[in-house]
Design a protein around this ligand. Structure first.
Ligand SMILES: [Zn+2]
Length: 278
């Protein structure tokens, strides 16, 4: 099923893995270890892929958050790391109904999954989940990534920052379309805005942002794995305007939710969960 994964070299030691045109993972190699950011749907043999791109290196697996389109390949690894607030949700074994919902919602109509049978798909959790806390670091050998706790899309969402090179891995916190901040697993919008404000304060140190979803035909003409640093300010300011009541969203396709589009991307949210006094 490895034809489902398209690999995009970004730098000498950094690759984006586009799985089924639906979700993005990243491999980032240091001198000793290689970091795998997310495990996607689990349709790809990720160990084999990592071994072919960076042979002989130990793999460290980090989930940006505990959603099934980003952690379903965790069962290919003995240990994964995840933000401490998403750790409780990282042991779920998708039941048959969940598998069918994902298949129909994400994969069924995708040309790249034709020929793949739902029976051949075996998503699952890792045997061991290690929680990450703000300020923790991952040493790849010559490259260090810092964990930033950024509750929002999920309460346990984390970003990984390489301060030396300015690379920021942002999971589902910001995309080229409206991010889901309205989920039960999302924080209050005020908390999401605070996380985005913190990231925006780092904008001068960031050279490239790597999100967990992208489309090749985004309206900006960027590569699908790429967001420019100013996205941080756009998201922080746009979300703060909603929190402050300066912008009110239009009805979203998820009942009870609203959404606002920004210059880049946008935000879907639950108007009952802004998190400030009115
Ligand atoms: Zn998600």
């Amino acid at each position: 099923m490895d034809n489902l994964a398209k690999v995009y070299p970004i730098h000498d030691n950094l690759w984006a893995i586009d799985e089924a045109g639906k979700t993005l993972m990243y491999l980032y190699a240091g001198e000793k270890r290689v970091l795998l950011v997310d495990t996607g749907f689990g349709l790809t043999d990720l160990k084999a892929l990592a071994a072919s791109l960076c042979p002989g290196k130990e793999i460290i697996v980090v989930n940006t958050h505990a959603h099934g389109d980003h952690n379903s390949g965790n069962n290919q690894f003995d240990t994964v790391y995840v933000g401490r607030m998403d750790e409780p949700f990282s042991y779920r074994q998708m039941d048959e109904e969940g598998i069918r919902d994902f298949w129909e919602g994400f994969l069924q109509d995708n040309p790249r999954t034709q020929g793949v049978r739902i029976e051949d798909w075996h998503p699952g959790p890792s045997r061991q989940v290690i929680p990450l806390t703000d300020g923790d670091t991952l040493d790849l050998g010559g490259i260090t990534l810092e964990v930033l706790e950024t509750p929002g899309h999920t309460i346990g969402s984390i970003c990984l920052l390489d301060r030396t090179n300015g690379y920021l891995f942002t999971g589902d916190l910001m995309l080229t379309w409206e991010v889901w901040g309205q989920l039960e697993s999302s924080s209050a919008l005020k908390v999401y805005a605070d996380s985005l404000q913190r990231l925006a304060s780092l904008q001068d140190q960031v050279t490239e942002i790597f999100p967990a979803h992208g489309v090749p035909d985004n309206p900006f003409g960027w590569p699908l794995y790429h967001l420019p640093p100013r996205t941080l300010t756009v998201y922080a300011q746009g979300t703060q305007r909603i929190v402050d009541g300066k912008d009110v969203g239009k009805p979203y396709r998820h009942p009870g939710s609203l959404y606002v589009l920004f210059e880049i991307g946008g935000m879907a949210y639950d108007p009952k969960r802004i998190g400030v006094e009115k």
